[in-house]
Structures are given as structure tokens and as C-alpha cells.
Ligand binder design. Sequence first.
Ligand SMILES: [Zn+2]
Length: 468
Amino acid sequence: MPEWEPVIGLEIHVQLKTRTKMFCRCENTFGGEPNTRTCPVCLAHPGALPVPNERAIEWTIKLGLALGCTIAERAVFHRKNYFYPDNPKGYQISQYDEPLCIDGAMLVPGPDGDAEVGIIRAHLEEDAAKTIHVGGATGRIVGAAHSNVDFNRGGTPLVEIVTQPDIRSAEEAKRFLQLLRQTIVELGISDAEMEKGTLRADANVSVRERGETGFRTRTELKNMNSFNHIARGIDAEIRRQIEVWESGGEVVQQTLDYEVKSDTVTARRRKEEADDYRYFPEPDLVPLEPSRGLVERLREELPELPGERIRSLGNEIGFDSALELVATGNEATARGLVEHGLDWPKAASVAMNELAGREPLRENFRALVAIIQQRDRITREAYHASFASSVTTAINSDEVLAQTVVADTAELEPLVDRILEASPAQVASYRGGKQGVLGFFVGQVMKETQGKADPKIVNELLRQKLDA
Ligand SMILES: [Zn+2]
């Protein structure tokens, strides 16, 4: 059997959160009453002329720089012609052979080291209106009774990013997208939320035998609305293609939808994938020629990017945890805990679980670390209360640490005996095989001691006596 190697490239669309749309002054916001944010320009009334959004251009350049791209000295808007109700002009203003950003790369940390994913281009375009298909089972046009169009989204600024086919597994594709998303969010140019559609990704997938240098026929995978679905969709398509090749068939170039429920891919109707767009230069817009001064100013404005931080954090706690820590905004808290003596895995876990988004006052880090390090000695209540109050008030670790658990067997034993004596039915039930009743007894002891008994000792004592 040959060993198969997946070859994956991604096409990502990011909706920029500029105040206004790409070529008109309509407000650019998500949701709201349909068709309330439109004007002659984005509804394509005759004679209306587009004016490019300066901020959208600057943000696209910033993103390009963050992806290591070269910023073109001259970029041209083209008309991409297609006929569909989401597109009142009959064409979308996009970029074709002279995009704004070209030839970048992003390093994606992973368990086997960094993978470099080349960026072919990042260009600026306008989004289509949103079509809503009513009456079908799947929300798609097939089987729908009628369709509505919401032009609020029409003409909003969209960046399209196209990667080289450098990605070698579904997992790596997911990592790339997670890191890209975090980069976009930290640049402050988009919310990049897949659920809202402000980040969308399609995958080009093919497979080849390991050692092969050329590419085989690829398919395009669409309709995936979370990072996990993307990974699962790519895996399903890889499995399908391997099966086709191994059974002596040939993979056909086509556009596919991933169906989550059945974990399979299905072909789109041909009509939906007509691919001859007849691009030609947009006569109403002059070419973009960003000055080198502007590009340098934007480069200087770039914040520290998450890739480097996630890479070094990944060495301490693994890439997935590192990314989660950064993406959930708990990184600063974990760093504060580490600075005061906690190890990274513990600090990351406390920041993500116990504190979960709550940022303690700086002055409390030392006390918190002391409390975390002596967690076994103090009551659960005192432990958790210290985190809750650390956000708003100065905490005194001595006071918290004084609330010690009762771990003295001699002190707890008479109480345990009394509780067992008072509950003969539960004792019989436990001895009859219902191990779960143990929780009932532990609860009783905790209640009697106002939560101060050491649960570990209580469990040991109870088992000793019940199993005797
Ligand atoms: Zn408008």
C-alpha cells in the first residue's frame, strides 16, 4: 500500500471592522434590520461612483506586513463579473493579477516544530450581499421555497488571503487558521468570528504518494463554519480521495460541501461553480500606489505578533494550551503568576480555569501564588474565594492560609463513626455494591465541618470503615 500525503491550501476571507463599507459611506456593522444600511453606491444605482475606504486599505497592508508579505507598489481593482441576486452590479470589485500584498509566509508552531505556510496573496475586495434561503431543510437554495437578500452586508470590506499548498494535515490547517485568527484579532482589524461569518475559510485538497513531487487533481471544500468542522471536513475529503485512487479511479476537480451530520462531502451543483469571471480593470477607480513612507509607518505601528509568543509558550505548555491561553485573553495573568514563582503549566491552568478571564490586581499575584502552592492545606471555599476577591481588593494570604482543612484523622474519626451509625440504610446500600453512596457520606462530613474537612482524609476514613 502506498503512503499518502495530503496537500492542502486555504482561502480565507476576513471581514474588516471599518466604520463604513468599502466604497460608500454606509455603516458597516453586523446584524440589524435587513436592508437598512444601503445607498445608491452599494445598491448599484446607475451613475453612482465608488470611493475606496482609506482605512480598509491601510488595514489590509498591515495584515499583509504581519504575514510577511511584500506590499505592491501598484495594485489594481478589477471587476469580477458574475450574475447572482447577491450582487446588484453584476460584478464584484476585487483584485486580480495585481493584488495589494504578495509572497508572504507564516510559521505555524506544532508538536513537530514549525511548519512554514507560504502566503500567495492577500487582496482587498467588497463582500456580496447575504442571501437567506427560506423553507428548505438545510438552509441551502436546494429545496427552498424562496430566498431573501440582505444588502446590509453588500459592499463591506473583505480581505482574501490565499496560501500556498504547503499544509500537510487537517490538524495543521486548523493550527494555521487559529494562529491567523489570533493575529487578525490582535491587529484590531476584524473580530474574525466564524459563527458571525466575519472569518470564512475554504480548503483546496489533494493527496499524493509520499515522495511524489507534482500535484494531483484537487477539490475545493466549502461550507465549514468552525475550526473543528474544517479539520473534520478536510479529513473526510482526504479519506475519500485516497479511496478513489486506491480503487483505480481518478479524483475529479469539483467544489464540495462538507456535511457535518454524516461526516461526508457532497458535490455542489455545477451551476453554482461556474468559474469564468471575465475579470477586467475597474474603470471607476485609479490603481492603488501606497507610498513607501506609508508602508513603513504601518510596519512601525504593528503590535508584537502572537506567533512568537505562542511559540515560546508552546515550549512550556504545548502549542494547543499556549494558543488557548493567548486566545482567551488569560496570558497576562499566567505571566504574572509565573513571575511570582509558579511553574508554567500550573500558572496556565489557574489562569484559564480558576480565574477564567478575571484579571487579579497586580499587587495580589504574590499572595495568590502562596495560596496556590498550599492549596492542599486550606479549604476549597477559602481557595476559591481568594480568586474571586483578588480581582477587586487586596488579599491577605496569611488570612486565607489560616483557613486550614481538618486533616487530623483522630479529630475526624469520631464524626465519621457517628454519621455511619446514623445512616444504616445507606451503609447497607454501599456494602450491597452501590459505591456511589460514598459521596453521600462525604457530603455529610463536609456539612458537619462547614467544609473544613480534608476530602482526601475523609474518603480514606470512610472506605476503611465501610470496606472493613
Ligand atoms: Zn452604501
